[in-house]
Ligand binder design. Structure first.
Ligand code: CU
Length: 110
């Protein structure tokens, strides 16, 4: 009896951790020459997503999006995570605040 309860706890722990990792999808965005690449990312509605932003420029950039309500400083030659979602279908523009004339992007939620 005690053993089966312990087994259930262990199994539910495994299930939980695999669900968490399966639920948060990761997308990599590179910043180079003040451009986002890819500049468009399509994600599924209702899903949690982490944007792993790799700034390869020597200068800092700030990921900014009004519709996503996100603002994140990424230092030069470093990486930062931006968590978004779950989101409704639509288009969510973002930009780099320090070089916004070139650094433009779009999250498309389907
Ligand atoms: Cu800002």
């Amino acid at each position: 009896m005690k053993q089966s309860i312990l087994l259930q706890i262990i199994l539910s722990g495994f299930l939980y951790s695999s669900l968490v990792s399966a639920e948060t999808l990761e997308y990599e965005i590179t910043i180079k020459n003040h451009l986002f690449s890819p500049s468009e990312i399509t994600i599924e509605s209702g899903k949690k997503v982490v944007l792993m932003i790799d700034n390869q420029d020597a200068t800092a950039e700030e990921f900014e999006s009004y519709p996503l309500n996100r603002e994140k400083l990424i230092r030069g030659k470093s990486r930062a995570k931006v968590f978004i979602g779950p989101l409704k279908p639509g288009r969510y523009p973002f930009f780099g605040e320090f070089f916004h004339e070139t650094a433009q992007g779009m999250i498309i939620v389907k």
